[in-house]
Every structure is written in C-alpha cells, then in structure tokens.
Ligand binder design. Structure first.
Ligand SMILES: NC(=O)c1ccc[n+]([C@@H]2O[C@H](COP(=O)([O-])OP(=O)(O)OC[C@H]3O[C@@H](n4cnc5c(N)ncnc54)[C@H](O)[C@@H]3O)[C@@H](O)[C@H]2O)c1
Length: 260
C-alpha cells in the first residue's frame, strides 16, 4: 500500500515512533494524518507541525476510542490505515505489581482489540485497509528484566498474526513492527535495568526516522514482519530452529545484563 491520499490514524503519536510515522506519512502525501495520544498537548504539537489533526485519547478507554473513530469516519469518510502504536514499557519480574501487569496488558494488548473492533467494520465494508501494530523484538524474542513488557508484546504479535490470517483474504493487510531499541523517551525504561544494559541499548538504538522508513517500505511490500534491526530475523530464525539452544544463549545474556 502507498501512503498517498490515505487517511491514517496513529495512537501514541505524540512522541517517538508514532510521531515519526505521522511526519513520514505526511511527507508521503497522506490525505489526513490523525495524531492521537493520552498526552493531548504532545499530540497537538505533532499535529500542528504536520498540518494534521489531534485527539486526546487514552487507548485503554474503548468508548473514547469508538468516539474518535466515528468522528474521523464522519469527517473523512474512512480510515485506511490504523497504527496501533501506543505502548508502555513495564519492567519487573513475577513480582511486578498486579496493577502494573494489568495496565501493561490494557495498553499493549486490549487497546489493539478495542481500536480494531471499531475500525475493522469500515475496512471490511470497503474490502480494503491496513493495520500496523507496533509490537517489539521483545514480542518475538524476549526483553531481559521486563516480564510484563515481553509477555504483552508476544500477545500483540499474536493478535496481529491472527488478524492477518483471518482477514487477509478480505482485503485487510496487517504488518507487525518489531524493532529492538529505538532512540525515544521509552529507551530509558530499558536502560535502567543495569549499566551493561545501558551500554547495550545505546549501542543498538536506531533513530525514529529509520523506523518510519522501515514502516513505509514494509507497507509498500505488504510484509507482515517489519524489522528495522535486520539481526532480529536472524535471532528469530535461530529460536525456531533450536529453542533450547536459544534459551541457553538468552540465559547467558540475562547473566551478563544483570551484571553477574
Ligand atoms: N523505543 C524502543 O526502543 C521500542 C522498541 C520496540 C518497540 N517499541 C514500541 O514502540 C511503541 C512506541 O514507543 P516509543 O518508543 O515511541 O515510546 P514513546 O514513549 O516515545 O511513545 C509512546 C507514546 O505512547 C503514549 N501512550 C502511553 N500510554 C498511552 C495510552 N494509554 N493511550 C494513548 N497513548 C499512550 C505516550 O504518551 C507516548 O506519547 C510502543 O508500543 C513501544 O512498546 C519501542
């Protein structure tokens, strides 16, 4: 799919990857880019920079999501591209608080269900639409020190995969964006784990504009997996080829990153 003349709704677009996608979709000639974020003022700043529209939207609020979707459909007649991008990075182990697990589940997974539930009917009526999920390499592999994040990102990949299998033949394209580290405010949450982790994160972090380029390229080729860090494909293949060996390698990495 080409971005030109499309109507795109992006969640969590007041910052980082979502903001970069909003800028890139605008440059590529989108008819309308709708920038939504729980932080309405950051959404308005991005929207005013690109000549887009802003909505203050907490993606865990299904009623508010439905209202935004119907307002956009009324104004523009359709939503061609839905980017499920808002996410939170919750670290911790089995001891992470239940409320932190729940919040992470709500933002990183249920919000994808809510927005899709309200955007998909219009896409199916038209026999055309594109859903881009921002998951993470953590959804294919794992994220050292962050159980809630890893688990919910796996679920986000699973939901995107299920959508593609179920609706792909009905004209709905789905891509699942799985970067490793990207230079955004979220990076600090990953780096906090240890000094080793900080060094590793800083070494691997890429720029948001490179991620946005990978997204438009992936949408053009209609690829399910969008991997701005090509090494992730290599790791994913190694995991599938020999799961036990992969776990053992990740245990070594876990020891190193925890400073043992
Ligand atoms: N930065 C990375 O290294 C990295 C790597 C892999 C995947 N990701 C994923 O990329 C996506 C974007 O993250 P980012 O790195 O740009 O971080 P970011 O913190 O810059 O942006 C996340 C945005 O989501 C918004 N948000 C948070 N909770 C929300 C809610 N309930 N409703 C609406 N908006 C909400 C925040 O206000 C923020 O603007 C996330 O899903 C994240 O998990 C990031």
């Amino acid at each position: 799919m080409d971005i030109a003349k499309k109507v795109a709704l992006i969640t969590g677009a007041g910052s980082g990857i979502g903001a970069a996608m909003a800028h890139r979709f605008t440059t590529d000639g989108a008819e309308a880019v709708i920038v939504t974020d729980i932080d309405g003022s950051s959404a308005r700043t991005v929207a005013s920079a690109i000549g887009g529209e802003a909505f203050d939207l907490d993606v865990t609020d299904e009623g508010a999501t439905a209202a935004v979707v119907s307002e956009i459909e009324e104004r523009h007649g359709r939503i061609d591209i839905l980017c499920l991008n808002a996410g939170i990075a919750t670290d911790g182990s089995v001891d992470a608080l239940n409320e932190d697990w729940q919040r992470t589940w709500d933002v990183n997974v249920m919000a994808h269900v809510y927005a899709t539930r309200h955007v998909l009917p219009g896409m199916l009526d038209r026999g055309n639409g594109y859903i881009v999920t921002t998951a993470s390499a953590a959804g294919l592999l794992t994220n050292i020190g962050a159980a809630p994040y890893s688990v919910t990102k796996h679920a986000a990949v699973a939901f995107a995969e299920w959508l593609s299998v179920t609706y792909g033949r009905s004209g709905i394209k789905v891509s699942c964006l799985c970067p490793m580290f990207v230079d955004t405010p979220m990076l600090e949450a990953f780096a906090e784990h240890s000094d080793h982790m900080r060094d590793w994160v800083e070494e691997l972090a890429i720029d948001v504009d490179d991620v946005a380029t990978a997204v438009v390229d992936g949408m053009r080729s209609e690829s399910f997996l969008i991997l701005p860090h090509p090494i992730v494909l290599d790791y994913f293949q190694r995991k599938a080829l020999d799961y036990d060996r992969w776990i053992s390698g990740m245990q070594d990495l876990n020891d190193r990153m925890s400073g043992e």
